[in-house]
Design a protein around this ligand. Structure first.
Ligand code: SF4
Length: 316
């Protein structure tokens, strides 16, 4: 077993032990309300920021452990391509439920509306290999030859537009996801986790970011924490199995997969650096986990301690 797989497996075992003691651990209990008489304004600000980030870490870690457990359950019997796609389906059901629970609880003022597609018009949307397989299966089952041929053209256009460029570099250009049709996602039911969690509280900021390639889009972070955590959990299970755990630039990987043979795609699900190499991002999940852990430490939060799931939010 490779060192990285061993480390991931060890970490998952630690997570499970931590989850067992989580409900009794003061580290995951809500902070007491700040006392205005005992704290300066800056201390109060820090306390509020810490409390907010603690919730974010809890949601992220919960989603990571649930995403991992669901993927492990799906893949315990079989690790063929179909089971990999099913693992993505299971995790996305959880993510949808959790995002609905969190949104219902906090009622963020989201500006996202059907038919608004600024976020689908920038490059670099990432999907895991199980998610790409699920999308490909959906395309095979639901797209007629005309729709498929149009998709192939859009994927080629995307790859051509991004040729030799860093997909993460800001750009003023519109670079539509090949799956965007008439301002709507043509694979909405099977879209990647990152698309499920992405959101905006200001369509004006989306427009500015799209038109100028500059500016930050304010988001409701907890929804993204759900999808980020679930994606990392799914990816960690793929790592433990020793399959291709790279994240893929969706547009480029689609362009590759739509003209590849089934056997080549199957090979690429097991080995990184082959068919999907031009679209692979091998560090996203590890970097995200490291960043969350580091920020949590700065706030004095034990991010290794998975919290108990909120009532009614645990998947079936
Ligand atoms: S997969 Fe769908 S939701 Fe995601 S970027 Fe593409 S069109 Fe948009």
């Amino acid at each position: 077993m490779s060192r990285r797989r061993q480390q991931t497996r060890d970490r998952l075992l630690q997570d499970r032990a931590a989850a067992l003691k989580a409900s009794a651990d003061p580290a995951v209990r809500p902070l007491p309300p700040p006392s205005p008489r005992l704290q300066s304004p800056s201390d109060q600000g820090l306390t509020i920021e810490q409390a907010a980030y603690r919730i974010r870490v809890q949601i992220f870690e919960l989603s990571r452990s649930v995403g991992n457990a669901l993927a492990a359950k799906e893949l315990e019997q079989s690790t063929d391509v179909g089971a990999l796609a099913s693992s993505a389906a299971r995790v996305s059901v959880y993510a949808d439920q959790m995002i609905a629970t969190v949104t219902d609880r906090y009622k963020p003022a989201l500006d996202c509306r059907e038919g608004c597609s600024y976020c689908c018009r920038k490059p670099g949307v990432l999907a895991s290999v199980p998610e790409l397989l699920r999308i490909l299966h959906h395309i095979d089952s639901n797209f007629d030859p005309i729709a498929r041929a149009a998709l192939v053209q859009r994927a080629q256009a995307y790859a051509l537009q991004m040729q030799g460029r860093d997909v993460n570099a800001p750009t003023k250009e519109t670079v539509p996801c090949p799956l965007l049709v008439n301002e709507r996602c043509s694979v909405y039911k099977v879209r990647p986790l990152v698309c499920r969690g992405y959101n905006s509280t200001s369509v004006e900021a989306c427009r500015t970011a799209h038109d100028t390639g500059k500016g930050l889009v304010p988001i409701f972070a907890l929804n993204k924490d759900v999808s980020d955590g679930a994606t990392v959990g799914l990816e960690q299970q793929v790592t433990v199995l020793g399959w291709n755990d790279a994240m893929l630039d969706l547009g480029r990987s689609l362009n590759i997969a739509l003209s590849a043979s089934i056997s080549d795609i199957e090979d690429a699900t097991q080995t990184s650096g082959s068919l999907f190499a031009p679209s692979e991002n091998k560090t996203w999940a590890d970097e995200l986990l490291t960043a969350v852990t580091k920020r949590a430490r700065e706030f004095g939060i034990d991010s290794q301690t998975a919290p108990p799931p909120p009532a009614g939010s645990h998947p079936q």
